[in-house]
Design a protein around this ligand. Structure first.
Ligand SMILES: [Zn+2]
Length: 254
C-alpha cells in the first residue's frame, strides 16, 4: 500500500481488502493528507489479529511519526487491549512489535513473492523552502512484478530521481494538482514548480520517461468536465494514454 490518508481503513474495507492482509506500507512523506489514516490502519490490523510483520518503508522521520501514534496517541488503547487479552488468558505484543520500519531515501528492496520495490527521494518543497532531510523528505517509488512496472510519484515535481523511477514504466501514477489554465498566479506557479506538479508537468515527466500510461491523482477539486478537458490538453505533451484517477479506481497493467 502506498500512503495512508484519511479514511484509508474504510476505503480498504470497501475495496474488499482485509486489513490484516496488508504486508507493506510505503509512506511517501509526512503531510497529514498522506498519513492521516496510518494510525487507524495499523491499529485496525493489530486489533483484528495481524500475525506476521508489516513492513513500513518511508523517509527519515517515519519511525518518529509511527511511534508518536502507537506509543503516544494510542498508548491507552494499546494498554487497554493488552490488559483485556491478558484477563482472558491470552498474550498480545504491542503493535510497534509487529512493524519493521525502514527509513530509506534511495534503495531497492526485495519484498518477496517476486515483488521488487525501489524508492527514490523526490522533490516536494524541501529545496525551495531550504528544509533539511531531517525536517522534510519525500520519496517516490517503483514497484516491479512479473515484468510489469508501476511508478508512483508521491507528491513531487519533476526531477532526476522521479525520472529514474518512472523510466519506461507501464504505468506512472502522478500528482497533477492543477490544469495549465489554473497556473495563473505567483502562488500556484511556485507550487507547481517546486512543490506539487500541475498536469502539464506530470505529462512532461511521463513523456520524458517514456511511460506507457499516466494516471493523474491528487487533482484539485474541479468539475468532471474540467478534469476531462485537463486530460485532453495533455495530448500535446504526452503521447501515451492519460487516465483521470478517482477513488476506488482499478487500473489493470497488462
Ligand atoms: Zn504533500
Amino acid at each position: 500500500m502506498v500512503d495512508a490518508g484519511r479514511g484509508v481503513a474504510s476505503q480498504l474495507a470497501k475495496a474488499g481488502v482485509r486489513m490484516p492482509e496488508v504486508d507493506v506500507i510505503v509512506v511517501t512523506h509526512h503531510h497529514f493528507d498522506h498519513i492521516g489514516g496510518l494510525g487507524d490502519l495499523i491499529m485496525s490490523a493489530w486489533n483484528i489479529g495481524r500475525s506476521g510483520p508489516i513492513r513500513v518503508v518511508g523517509p527519515p522521520g517515519t519511525r518518529e511519526v509511527i511511534s508518536a501514534l502507537l506509543e503516544g496517541v494510542y498508548w491507552r488503547d494499546v494498554n487497554y487491549r493488552i490488559v483485556e487479552e491478558r484477563a482472558q488468558g491470552h498474550s498480545m505484543e504491542p503493535p510497534m512489535e509487529m512493524l519493521e520500519i525502514d527509513e530509506l531515501l534511495s534503495a531497492t528492496v526485495d519484498l518477496g513473492r517476486g515483488v521488487e520495490l525501489t524508492v527514490g527521494e523526490v522533490e516536494h518543497g524541501s529545496a525551495a523552502l531550504n528544509l533539511s532531510v531531517e525536517e522534510w523528505a519525500t520519496i517516490g517509488c517503483r514497484i516491479e512484478f512479473g515484468g510489469r512496472s508501476i511508478a508512483i510519484s508521491g507528491d513531487a515535481v519533476a526531477g532526476k530521481q522521479l525520472h529514474e523511477l518512472a523510466k519506461d514504466a507501464d504505468l506512472l501514477v502522478m500528482c497533477a494538482y492543477v490544469a495549465a489554465s489554473e497556473i495563473d498566479n505567483e502562488g500556484t506557479r511556485f507550487l507547481t514548480e517546486h512543490v506539487l506538479a500541475g498536469a502539464p508537468q506530470a505529462a512532461q515527466v511521463a513523456q520524458d520517461a517514456s511511460v506507457a500510461r499516466l494516471a493523474l491523482t491528487h487533482i484539485r477539486e474541479k468539475t468532471d468536465s474540467d478534469v476531462q478537458r485537463m486530460c485532453a490538453e495533455l495530448a500535446d505533451i504526452f503521447d501515451g494514454e492519460v487516465i483521470a484517477g478517482v477513488d476506488m479506481m482499478i487500473i489493470e497493467v497488462p
